[in-house]
Design a protein around this ligand. Sequence first.
Ligand code: NAP
Length: 269
Amino acid sequence: MGMFDGKKGMVFGIANDHSIAWAITEKLHAEGAEMGFTHIPDKDPARPRMERRLRKLVEPIGAKVIMPCDVQKEEDIDAAFAAAKETFGELDFVLHSIAYAPMDDLKGLVVNCSRDGFKLAMDISAYSLIALAQRAQHILKPGGSILTLTYLGGEKVIPGYNMMGICKAALESTTEYLASEMGPMGIRVNAISAGPLKTLSSSAVGEFDLMLKLYEDFSPMRRGVTPEEVGKSGLYLLSDLASGVTGETLHVDGGYHIMGGPPVELQGK
Ligand code: NAP
């Protein structure tokens, strides 16, 4: 008996097998969940790279829906939830694992960030959670759950994370407002604040090895976290084990976020 036997959900944000959404999906699948998936629309339909990449991963685990969805497009989101309704009837969970910022604005100082870049990053990285929740509210069962992914850069200044930190602050606040509004519908909304993991998105942020070294030196557990650990926590928050938890940002970061200074053994060095 799996914890997710008979449960159904939609997963937004698998780019490849390094994606955090894939790590969570693997855990959900192992517990019996049935899922639908979306990918970013392919620019050239004759060469559907994104679709192929996703299919390769999710067909072997019995994906029930595989379709394009650009979260900037209302019609794409409507179509994804229409397909979910047709296939599953009702949903038990929605996983939102999506972020984007134009490279120049992401790499540059916040003080130099462009208006257009800011709007685009906020739209894809923060508003999209509202856009998904807006549709999900009509087909999520009471007891259903929405989960998003954030990073410490939304709470504290992480030089290099720059404008994405502002998007994550908005996303975390969005999580709380949605949790407050959707709680009476019986729907929980939570976020995982994950420690750095090597993925397509994090390679755009850069300085990954430096970040990992910081976690190894400063976090209480003196190491980074694994995709599997984030996957397990995602499973927990989407499951009935977390039935009393909503509006929460759960840090899966080896405790890094609690530190206000270097560990004793590094002081004075
Ligand atoms: P990832 O594999 O690159 O996943 C990001 C996903 O967002 C990709 O599937 C990407 O699609 C999708 N996306 C971007 N723009 C989109 C749009 N307009 N419409 C629909 N989908 C869009 O990287 P990840 O690290 O797993 O990131 C997932 C989430 O975790 C993000 O919110 C990220 O900020 C967060 N997070 C990551 C880390 C980390 O260290 N990796 C730590 C904490 C939080 P394409 O790639 O196909 O464009």
